[in-house]
Write a protein that binds this ligand. Structure first.
Ligand code: AMP
Length: 368
């Protein structure tokens, strides 16, 4: 069995790793010569639409992706010859914040209030409808908080429009959330779905900082409603692979922010913290293998290493601490690695996590 992966960043690297453990061969397409998945699998360095590269990928048994902004033409070309999972349809839904939110609403999943903004007049109109504060975002190609502007007062509109106005935009009402929670699930080709415990996420400057799983104090009702939401999305899209939906939690209310049709940073803890990781179950799903258990024992937390890799030697060999360095070059805001912490109790987890933060630095306190 051979799986073609579109995108060769750290997600592709971890997918290829999981594939190797399952004796699945992989082949990655990424235009970047320094794509880190190349450290462990074959890498085609070519443009997304390069005919020879696509012909070679089309020789795989199945295609998947770790990068959602692959041109539609690439996915369509490949899907003529070989199954693509998750489907090109799913990619189209998750690639546009308005289409995605309309899907959530159609399926009864709560979202922030929103409006499409295609002109300066639209922006004024949307602000009147939605009120302030609000967040102006690009409809497409946004990630890690990029392509966004928070509008707190009417005087913020001109600068936001100046910066983002050349793109198709969405204005979202600001959700005064208590916390952010993501839910990851895998769905097999046979429709079987398995969910990992909900994960609590803390972002700094729009970039994930810390995940904790299982998310503390999630009521059974809240979890059930989130899982029902994912189930509905997956059924609607005839989904195969791992899907994540990121929610804002306000009291006992969940508001869907966005979904990603791929493995996700908030699920990295599953490598050591769950019976099967998101990478393993994604590979199992897309190749038609039965899914493995998403069960967990104990508690996990994950800290992202962003911008530069600190000296990790004080943590080497420490019980319950797992270091992941992707081999990428340093750059501000770039995810270069992560540390997963495991423990038998919440108290022990928080202690270990603090020890890790003391070594790697706490972006939350740096920002404040
Ligand atoms: P996103 O790119 O949509 O994931 O947004 C990045 C981060 O900005 C989120 O993780 C939130 O912390 C914040 N954010 C995005 N949209 C909203 C919203 N409508 N209300 C409040 N905070 C938001």
């Amino acid at each position: 069995m051979k799986v073609g992966i579109l995108g060769g960043g750290q997600l592709g690297q971890m997918l290829a790793n999981a594939a190797r453990d399952l004796s699945i061969e992989t082949l990655v397409l990424d235009p970047k010569p320094d794509a880190v998945a190349a450290q462990i699998t074959r890498h085609l360095i070519a443009d997304w639409e390069d005919p020879a590269a696509l012909d070679e990928l089309a020789g795989c048994d199945v295609i998947t992706y770790e990068f959602e902004n692959v041109p539609v033409a690439t996915v369509e070309r490949l899907s003529e010859d070989v199954p693509v999972h998750p489907s090109p349809d799913a990619l189209a839904f998750s690639g546009d914040r308005i289409i995605e939110k309309n899907l959530f609403r159609e399926l009864g999943i709560d979202t922030a209030t929103f409006a499409a903004v295609d002109s300066r007049a639209d922006l004024d109109h949307a602000v009147r409808e939605i009120g302030l504060p609000a967040i102006l975002k690009t409809r497409r190609f946004g990630y890690d908080g990029k392509g966004q502007a928070v509008l707190r007062s009417a005087s913020d509109l001109d600068a936001a429009w100046e910066r983002l106005g050349e793109h198709a935009l969405i204005l979202e009402g600001f959700v005064p959330f208590d916390r952010e929670v993501s839910v990851l699930a895998a769905r097999g080709r046979d429709g079987e779905m398995r969910c990992w415990p909900a994960t609590e996420n803390v972002h700094v400057d729009g970039i994930l900082h810390i995940s904790r799983a299982p998310a503390p104090e999630v009521s059974a009702e809240l979890l059930a409603s989130a899982v029902a939401g994912l189930e509905a999305v997956m059924a609607r899209l005839d989904y195969v692979g791992v899907l994540v939906v990121e929610f804002f939690q306000l009291g006992e209310r969940l508001v869907a922010n966005e979904m990603a049709c791929r493995v996700h940073n908030s699920g990295h803890w599953t490598i050591e913290g769950a019976e099967a990781s998101q990478f393993e179950n994604h590979m199992r799903a897309v190749t038609g293998m039965p899914l493995e258990s998403t069960g967990v024992e104990g508690f996990a937390a994950m800290v992202n290493l962003v911008g530069e890799i600190p000296s990790l030697s004080p943590l080497e060999g420490e019980a319950g601490v797992h270091l992941h360095v992707y081999g990428k070059s340093s750059a501000p805001g770039r995810k270069l690695g992560h540390v997963t912490v495991l423990a038998d109790s919440r108290e022990a987890l928080e202690e270990r996590l603090q020890r890790v933060l003391d070594v790697v630095g706490d972006r939350a306190s740096d920002a404040s």
